[in-house]
Design a protein around this ligand. Structure first.
Ligand code: PT1
Length: 229
């Protein structure tokens, strides 16, 4: 991933895919800490820790992570305090429900407005806890308690999240949204993922979480060179 042009490696020990079951903090730490240590001792790459648990955040930061990627936007007890006491960058993501049940019946009146208003609340809670604005990143949380229609509306209107004044991160790679649009299984979603990465970048996303680093870097480099170099 580093050789292919990744700027950040997101390390996670607990699946957050639809239907995933939770694991303990101890088990999560046992999974991620050796990986983070192995990466930080060998490479000068930024490591994100994909977790919601404060204990895991603490252990991962001590092992060399410098980015907290939290799909629950620091809502778990103690997470806000750990994040505030660190100097890490923080990604605040929107989710409706919990991974095990989030796709059961996602419901919104105005998905774009509701996701934005949730993120604004979490941003303000972070600022009140003493976290500098410069450390924050936002993510609408594609596939996290969202139907295809909700994901479409969020991506179509992603540029409007710029009103929150923070960098935008998106994760769209191989998600079921592409499966629904193209009727393809997870291992055949590369081209759909590339299309979604480009749409997100064109609308101002500055961090794109992907599985297929090299193809994505080539698409985005080509787009950027033509449009902005
Ligand atoms: C994401 C993300 C993430 N996605 C951030 N972190 C996952 N900040 C894990 C599906 O619909 O978008 N942003 N960490 C992976 N989660 C999912 C969710 C995987 C939905 C697949 C689906 O297929």
């Amino acid at each position: 991933m580093i050789a292919d042009g990744a700027d950040i490696i997101d390390v996670g020990g607990e699946s957050t895919r639809p239907g995933a079951q939770p694991i303990s903090a101890t088990q999560e730490i046992e999974r991620v800490v050796p990986i983070i240590e192995a990466l930080t001792t060998r490479f000068a790459i930024k490591i994100a820790i994909d977790t919601s648990k404060p204990e895991v955040m603490t252990a991962a930061l001590a092992a060399g992570a410098s980015f907290i990627n939290d799909i629950r936007a620091l809502q778990v007890n103690g997470a806000l305090e750990v994040a505030a006491a660190s100097s890490a960058q923080i990604c605040l993501m929107h989710i409706q429900g919990e991974p095990h049940n989030m796709q059961d019946h996602p419901q919104y009146n105005d998905v774009v407005a509701e996701v934005k208003s949730f993120l604004l609340k979490r941003i303000n809670i972070c600022l009140e806890a003493g976290i500098k604005r410069e450390r924050l990143i936002i993510d609408p949380g594609f596939g996290f308690g969202k139907l295809l229609r909700h994901n479409q509306l969020l991506l179509r209107n992603l540029a409007s999240f710029a009103t929150l004044g923070l960098p935008i991160l998106v994760g769209l790679s191989r998600k079921s949204m592409i499966g629904q649009l193209l009727n393809l299984p997870v291992e055949k979603r590369l081209f759909g993922s590339l299309a979604l990465a480009l749409i997100a970048a064109e609308q101002g996303a500055s961090i794109i979480r992907v599985h297929d680093v090299r193809p994505t870097v080539e698409v985005l480099k080509t787009w950027y060179a033509v449009m902005y170099d």
